[in-house]
Design a protein around this ligand. Structure first.
Ligand code: GDP
Ligand code: MG
Length: 436
C-alpha cells in the first residue's frame, strides 16, 4: 500500500529538526512511486521530483514548521502548480455564450452536459443544448430525456447525419439564448475524421469556451487524447469524470500538464448532481494516497501567515472590499460569533459599524450566502456590475426574490462604506499595532 509507505516515510521525517538529504531522497522516491502508480506520466514525475528535491534541500523551513511539514508543503505546492489553483468558474460574460464539449466517446460528455446545465441553472442561467453527435445510436434520444427532465431547450435531428449542418441550424435556432452548449460525437471511422470534424465544428460554433472531457479512469492515454484534441481547437478547460471509483486521475493530471488548461469540475457518479467544483487539495491527496495532507498543510500555513491574513486586511483598508471579502467575513463570523462582538474586540471598530450590520442574524447570514452562491466569480469580485438583469438572474437561480438580492447589495454597500471610512484613518495607534 503506497499511501501507507508514504505515510511511514513522512513519519520518519517527523522527529527531525534538520533536513537530511537521504531522507528527502527517500520521500521523493515514495512520491514518485505513488504518482507513477496513479498513472502520472513518467517524464512529468521526474521533472517534478527534481524541483521538489531542489526546493526541499535549499529552502529554509519557516519558523515553527517541522522539516516534514515543510517537505509535504513543497510537494503539495508543486503539484498544485501543475493542476492549477482553485477552480475558476465558467464566466458567462456575453450573449449568447457558447460552450463546445469535446472528448472521446464514453468519456462522459453528454452526462456532464446535463450536470453542468443543472449547475448553471442554479445560477439562474438557462442553457440551450445542441446535439451534433451523429455517430452514437440514440445520442439524440439520450439528450432528449436529459433535457426534458430539466426543462432545457434542445436542438437536434436524428435523421440529419451532417454534424456541421446540425451545428449551424442549432446556433440559428438559439440565437436569442444566454447560453448555448454544443455536444459532439466522440467517435468516427477514423480518429483523424473525428479530429477534423471537431476542427470544423469549432470553426462554425466559434465557442467562447471549449471544454475537454476526460475519463478519469483511462490512465496514460489521457495525455495523448488531450494533445490530439488540443491540436484541433484551443481547449479552455477540462472536466475529469468517473472519479467516484478507485481511479486516481493521474492520467488526467498528465493531460492537464500537457495542454495547460485548468480543471474546472469533476464528475463523481452517473447522476446529475454527482458533480463538484475541482478542489486541487482533494485531488492531490487522492493522487498521493494520503488522507492527511490537508491538516498538515493547514498547520504549516497557519504558522507561516502568523494568524492574520494580511492581504485581505490590506485590501480592506485600501477600500477594495468585494462581495467575496464579505463572504469570507461571513464564514469567519459563523466561526467566531456575532459581528458586533467581533468588531468590539477591535478598538474603534465597533462604533463605526452600521446599525443593521450588528443585527446580522444567522438566518440572514444563511440567506445571503445562498444568494452569493448564485453569483458568478466575476460578480463577487466586481459587485458594481450587478444591475437589474443580473439581480433577476441571481434571484431566479437562488429561488429568492429580487428584493432579497437588493437587500444584500444594500448591506454590502453600507458595510463597504463603513470600512472605507475607517480605512482613511491613520493606521497608527493601538489599532495599527493590532493589525500589523
Ligand atoms: P459521451 O459518449 O462522452 O457522451 O459519454 P456519456 O455521457 O454517454 O457517458 C458514458 C458513460 O459514462 C455513461 O454510462 C455514463 O453514465 C457514465 N458516466 C459519465 N460520467 C460519469 C461519472 O462521473 N461517474 C461514473 N461512474 N460514470 C459516469
Ligand atoms: Mg454523448
Amino acid at each position: 500500500n503506497l499511501g501507507k509507505n508514504l505515510t511511514n516515510t513522512m513519519k520518519k521525517l517527523a522527529g527531525m529538526s534538520i533536513i537530511d538529504k537521504e531522507v528527502v531522497k527517500e520521500v521523493i522516491k515514495d512520491i514518485q512511486r505513488a504518482l507513477i502508480q496513479s498513472d502520472v506520466n513518467i517524464k512529468l514525475v521526474l521533472n517534478l521530483s527534481k524541483t521538489i528535491e531542489d526546493r526541499a534541500l535549499n529552502e529554509e523551513p519557516p519558523k515553527g514548521v517541522t522539516p516534514k511539514e515543510h517537505v509535504i508543503k513543497i510537494v503539495y505546492e508543486e503539484l498544485v502548480n501543475l493542476v492549477g489553483e482553485k477552480a475558476q468558474e465558467v464566466e458567462i460574460d456575453k450573449k449568447p455564450y457558447k460552450i463546445l464539449f469535446v472528448g472521446l466517446q464514453g468519456s462522459g460528455k453528454t452526462t456532464t452536459i446535463g450536470k453542468i446545465s443543472r449547475y448553471l441553472q442554479k445560477k439562474g442561467f438557462n442553457p440551450a443544448i445542441i446535439c451534433t453527435d451523429t455517430w452514437r445510436p440514440a445520442a439524440y434520444e439520450q439528450l432528449r430525456q436529459l433535457t426534458e427532465n430539466m426543462n432545457l431547450p434542445l436542438y437536434g435531428d436524428p435523421e440529419n447525419k451532417d454534424a456541421l449542418d446540425l451545428a449551424k441550424k442549432g446556433l440559428n435556432e438559439f440565437k436569442k439564448q444566454d447560453l448555448i452548449i454544443v455536444d459532439t460525437a466522440g467517435r468516427h471511422k477514423e480518429e483523424k475524421d473525428l479530429l477534423d470534424e471537431m476542427e470544423e465544428i469549432s470553426a462554425i460554433v466559434k465557442p467562447d469556451e471549449v471544454i475537454l472531457v476526460i475519463d478519469g479512469t483511462i490512465g496514460q492515454q489521457a495525455r495523448e487524447q488531450a494533445l490530439a484534441f488540443s491540436k484541433t481547437t484551443k481547449i479552455g478547460s477540462i472536466i475529469i469524470t468517473k472519479l467516484d471509483g478507485s481511479a486516481k486521475g493521474g492520467g488526467a493530471l498528465s493531460a492537464v500538464a500537457e495542454i495547460g488548461a485548468p480543471i474546472k469540475f469533476i464528475g463523481t457518479g452517473e447522476r446529475v448532481d454527482d458533480f463538484e467544483a475541482f478542489d486541487p487539495e482533494r485531488f492531490i491527496s487522492r493522487l498521493l494516497g494520503m488522507g492527511d495532507i490537508r491538516s498538515l498543510i493547514e498547520k504549516a500555513e497557519e504558522i507561516a501567515k502568523d494568524d492574520i491574513d494580511m492581504d485581505s486586511v490590506d485590501a480592506m483598508m485600501s477600500g477594495k472590499f468585494t462581495l467575496k471579502d464579505m463572504y469570507s467575513q461571513f464564514e469567519m463570523m459563523n466561526k467566531m460569533g456575532p459581528m458586533k462582538q467581533v468588531m468590539n474586540m477591535i478598538p474603534g471598530m465597533g462604533s463605526k459599524l452600521p446599525k443593521n450590520a450588528s443585527q446580522m442574524t444567522e438566518e440572514k447570514l444563511g440567506k445571503y450566502k445562498i444568494l452569493m452562491d448564485s453569483m458568478t466569480e466575476y460578480e463577487l469580485e466586481h459587485p458594481e456590475v450587478i444591475k437589474q438583469s443580473r439581480v433577476k438572474r441571481i434571484a431566479r437561480g437562488s429561488g429568492m426574490r429580487n428584493e432579497d438580492v437588493k437587500e444584500l447589495m444594500k448591506y454590502y454597500n453600507v458595510t463597504k462604506k463603513a470600512i472605507k471610512g475607517f480605512g482613511k484613518r491613520k493606521m497608527g495607534g493601538p489599532m495599527g499595532q493590532m493589525m500589523r
